[in-house]
Design a protein. Structure first.
Length: 119
């Protein structure tokens, strides 16, 4: 079977399996300063293995996606909404801006007074 015809998750699984014990590649990954350098090393390894992985596939398929986030020191979870990082990155469709509420009469030309508070 041609490895390039596999789905991205199977290609990444094959790449991870090939990296296990590959001393030079692992040392090169350890020397990388950020995720972009890691991707370049992984793209080279993928090309040598004939997997044909793309940058987008590496960035979106675990566990390599998680390795890159870890190298970039980005959180996998954001405390508060308890959603995995890859689900947080999905952008909702833009909504048209809501109309501004009408201003009370006489407030249009006046400046708002600032309250500095006591504390």
């Amino acid at each position: 079977m041609n490895p390039a015809s596999l789905p991205p998750s199977q290609k990444v699984k094959a790449l991870v399996k090939a990296l296990n014990g590959a001393k030079r590649t692992n040392e090169a990954l350890a020397r990388c300063q950020d995720g972009d350098e890691m991707i370049e090393v992984l793209l080279g390894a993928s090309a040598k293995l004939g997997l044909g992985l793309t940058r987008e596939e590496l960035l979106s398929t675990p566990p390599i996606r998680d390795w890159i986030w870890w190298k970039n020191k980005e959180a996998l979870l954001t405390i508060g909404d308890n959603r995995p990082r890859y689900q947080q990155d999905v952008r909702p469709t833009p909504q048209p801006p809501s109309p501004k509420p009408p201003t009370p009469e006489g407030a249009e030309g006046e400046k708002r007074k600032r309250f500095f508070g006591l504390f």
